[in-house]
Design a protein. Structure first.
Length: 186
């Protein structure tokens, strides 16, 4: 139970599992003949969908466990829809990314809409979610770039931002503190 409720472990675990998912998918697609741009777009969206999807799953699981224990702070009528409003589009993005990127002319608007929804929802929950919302903007920017140098710049920024978030999740994990304690809010 402690593992499920310990929020300091969810970001690190979700990022690690997302990295593994991207490596497995890319390795399985090696030699597919698709343009590099499509493979990069697929990897960026798959990673982001998995990270937010697993974080949302963790939120929903924690709400369920705390409600069952009678220790839930807040209304389940607000907390469940909050988790679902992130989980559904995140998993939709992750599971459908191959189709959306391969048939970009037909489905490109969906990847933009799903990334936009996730980014706006996360920022709507507070400015402290900016590091989690930034990859959505970078995914959208990459989808619309037209110059190779711009594309590589976006990818470099995305890798740097996600690496910084991963290192931050390690520091948070090592601290053993709650989010509020870690941020000095408690």
């Amino acid at each position: 139970m402690g593992l499920v409720l310990d929020e300091s472990k969810w970001l690190f675990a979700s990022m690690l599992l997302s990295i593994i998912a991207v490596v497995v998918v890319l390795r399985g697609r090696r030699g597919s003949g698709l343009p590099q741009r499509i493979e990069i777009l697929r990897a960026m969206n798959l990673f982001y969908g998995c990270v937010i999807g697993m974080m949302s799953f963790g939120h929903l699981l924690a709400v369920t466990v705390k409600a069952a224990q009678g220790a839930l702070d807040g209304s389940p009528w607000m907390l469940y829809p909050l988790g679902l409003s992130l989980a559904i589009p995140a998993w939709w993005l992750a599971f459908r990314v191959e189709r959306y990127t391969t048939e970009e002319d037909r489905y490109g608007k969906r990847t933009v809409a799903l990334n936009g929804w996730l980014g706006v929802c996360l920022l709507g929950l507070g400015l402290h979610n900016l590091p989690l919302a930034a990859p959505a903007v970078l995914n959208i920017a990459y989808q619309f770039h037209t110059r190779r140098a711009v594309g590589w710049t976006i990818v470099t920024v995305a890798i740097a931002a996600n690496l910084a978030l991963f290192v931050g999740s390690l520091v948070f994990l090592a601290s053993g503190q709650s989010f509020e304690q870690f941020q000095g809010m408690k």
